[in-house]
Write a protein that binds this ligand. Sequence first.
Ligand SMILES: O=C(O)CCC(=O)C(=O)O
Length: 284
Amino acid sequence: MHKRGLMATGQIQSVNCGCKGIRTCLRCEAQVTKQHLLQKNDLILLQIHYDFTYDPVSKTAVREDESGARQSFVFPGIFLWENFVSEDEERELITRMDQDVWRESQSGRRKQDFGPKVNFKKRRVRVGDFTGLPAISRHLVDRMSKVPQLASFKPVEQCNLDYDPDRGSAIDPHLDDSWLWGEHLVTINLLSDTVLTMSLDQGWGDMDHGEVRVAVHLPCRSLVVLYGEARHRWKHAIRREDIHGRRVCSTFRELSAEFLQGGEQEKLGSELLDIALSFKGAPL
Ligand SMILES: O=C(O)CCC(=O)C(=O)O
């Protein structure tokens, strides 16, 4: 059992990064004093973590407890494909991405979006300026369909994220929306190895009084699919300390049942998919 202090930093105003609310990166943290970081209404939590590592062969989460005894449980909902792209493809993908504008995003990330215009709070989606996924993704999407779970995967959105240790890039633990986005989240990890941290706040089995975390190692050029429990129950995150060099990822999302055949918004879904899969897109 590891005890560890976590500090939320309150609201920090910043002029030259994309952070809002409680999100921070190294750039905006440099603008405030330590005193501000420790101000009265900052939250300091002592949390207990149980840290497991995901074993892709046995599909289990494994750890050794304080006495050296091995604990494990089946961890459902992850598929990993190592070397999904070759080194040449990786170079070409990055070169193409870098020809487009990277926009500042939260927590020291930069991003490029190819997808419909969405207001998640109001549950509204429209085509907006969406012109499709980028041409270079066509062969990647074809290749994905070789994964049995992805045989009928039709991505309607691609989001490229750029992480840099000098900006303190990270993404906080979260669940992706499931009103608009469907069962599978598919991510290609480029340029450096990292760790996808899966977490359950309220614990698991005997460990019901602490946070349970499972480290999923993502080698450079691998593809990872989250579905089932890993998609809907476990939060996912990339921690700042797991970014060791520039890392770029592309996440592909499909539509939920409401936007597919027989769903209430089938017509809109079909229009969005036609645009997405024309592969003529430019980032928004
Ligand atoms: O960087 C990643 O691999 C995860 C990205 C992610 O969780 C997201 O875009 O919601």
